[in-house]
Write a protein that binds this ligand. Sequence first.
Ligand SMILES: Cc1cc2nc3c(=O)[nH]c(=O)nc-3n(C[C@H](O)[C@H](O)[C@H](O)COP(=O)(O)OP(=O)(O)OC[C@H]3O[C@@H](n4cnc5c(N)ncnc54)[C@H](O)[C@@H]3O)c2cc1C
Length: 570
Amino acid sequence: MNHFRPPTEDMQFILHQVLCAPEQWRALPVHSEVDADLMRQVLEEAGKFVGEVIAPLNREGDEIGAQFKAGVVTTPPGFRDAYQAFWQAGWPALSAAQDDGGQGLPTVLEAMLYEMLSAANHGWTMAPGLLHGAYECIKHHASDELKARFLNKVASGEWLATMCLTEPQAGSDLGLTRTKALPLPDGRYALSGTKIFISGGEHDLSDNIVHLVLARLPDSPPGPKGLSLFLVPKFYEDGSRSAVTCERIEEKMGLHGSPTCVMRFDEAAAWIVGDPGKGLNAMFVMMNAARLHVSLQGIGLLEAAWQKAHAYAQERRQMRAPGSSTRAGEADLIALHPAMQRILGSQRAWVDAGRVLAYRTALELDAVKHHPDASRREAASQWCGLVTPVLKAAWTDQAFSGASACLQVFGGHGYVREWGIEQHVRDARVAMIYEGTNEIQAIDLLLRKVLPDGARALTALLGELRASLSDCSDDPRAMKAIQEFERFVRDELLPGTQAPGAPADRAHWLADDFLRAMAMLLMAWAWARIGSEPAAKSARWTVAEQAFWRWVWPEFGLRLGLMRATLAQD
Ligand SMILES: Cc1cc2nc3c(=O)[nH]c(=O)nc-3n(C[C@H](O)[C@H](O)[C@H](O)COP(=O)(O)OP(=O)(O)OC[C@H]3O[C@@H](n4cnc5c(N)ncnc54)[C@H](O)[C@@H]3O)c2cc1C
């Protein structure tokens, strides 16, 4: 079985050539000194760490899994040492501010690191996956006193963090949260309740764990507006343990290396983070960062599955491929069979375009924070708001269906454990569910981001895509697609959902198809950008580009057709 090999050259090509990242950094005072060479060095080092330390732990992590005994969780062999080496080398703090003990490097570097980590070992990566979001949440919402206690430890990753939202009755609808927070005389709050499905709620990877918990103050209004955010560590500064315990860990389909915990809070003394009743606002900082991370999990897992299937297809021989012109003796490689070429080419098309979009989103996140021009900050914020749910939903769907297609390349050998491809299919499935299910992402996109402003932000985004194509691409297909989508939104979607008398639930029926159509459109743009690069004229890139236009892109027309059928219903 092959371990994952970090594809740092491909990643750099997208970042530097296709996205021209150094130009973008020059526009941000905080990153104006970041240059391509420094980024290259850091990424190569990150790739080495991931390939040599994290990837080899993946198989045992899956087979042995996290273990639970009397409230204590033990992670699989090697996980703790790898985590200690990870934070001590400064990897979690790559893009944390220098004032907080971080290295102040661009967010995109952290995104690329987590893509590689997820590909190499999804179970292990769940633990640090929430750290940066927790850091941002504490940095932007906690009091100075709380920051003094926790910010540096979380920024450096010395202490890991959790996001405690879900309860048995409160999943997608966090407004149903019941965990209570009662004021204590010392200004803190006593948290009581049960949270379920908490990734890394208890473990032995770090010496302390910082829990960020959504709970309800007395007399708070029902629903999401009554929620506040609290922080409670596993251990307080004096070494005493908080009243937060792990009741059990879940047995699950995949992700065995990550303990998914049921956590009990028995009047645990906690600090409030941000203002009362603004818990969801504070948590959204963490959730948005987490959603981009989950997209990167999808991209990474698909790359890992593709690597395995591609390597296998170069070795396995079955029947002569039709129309094969290769030397006799090689003509029976399954890599030459059209059906296998289609599977492999399509997954490459998804991974490469996914990288363009995810890295661009990470670059935009820095522009939102640091660009001196307010209109540029606004455009960047719109990009992140519109593109993040598309990335999260479409690329996690593809990680699962694409990993399953890659398993198909192995025939029966993929269904047995030997080659490790079945683990990717099992591990990938959950990414469609957590951090807001993919259905919730589609609703977020259409009902919260597109329709309320009459598609103003979307139209601006489409205009930006068009402008960037006329700069650098002569591929008319993407341009035509953007124009077609603009017309569809203006002439059919808006009247069909907003006109007086339009069925109130119509937009909900359309949401999934709308998100998929957006995914196709964004991929078309990404492939037009890649295709316009002279260095992408090699077989490495053209095979994937052709696969995109031939086998992936036609879904755009299908989705428009489905939406038209829905719009035509009474
Ligand atoms: C391995 C794992 C790790 C997790 N880690 C964490 C964690 O660290 N912290 C944490 O707080 N939670 C975590 N979760 C929980 C996860 O975020 C929830 O499972 C998820 O939000 C969905 O909630 P639910 O399972 O209750 O499903 P439900 O909300 O009951 O949804 C069931 C189905 O109904 C659909 N649905 C629900 N509402 C709507 C709607 N309005 N419109 C359309 N469809 C809808 C959903 O899309 C889904 O298909 C984790 C879950 C797993 C499995």
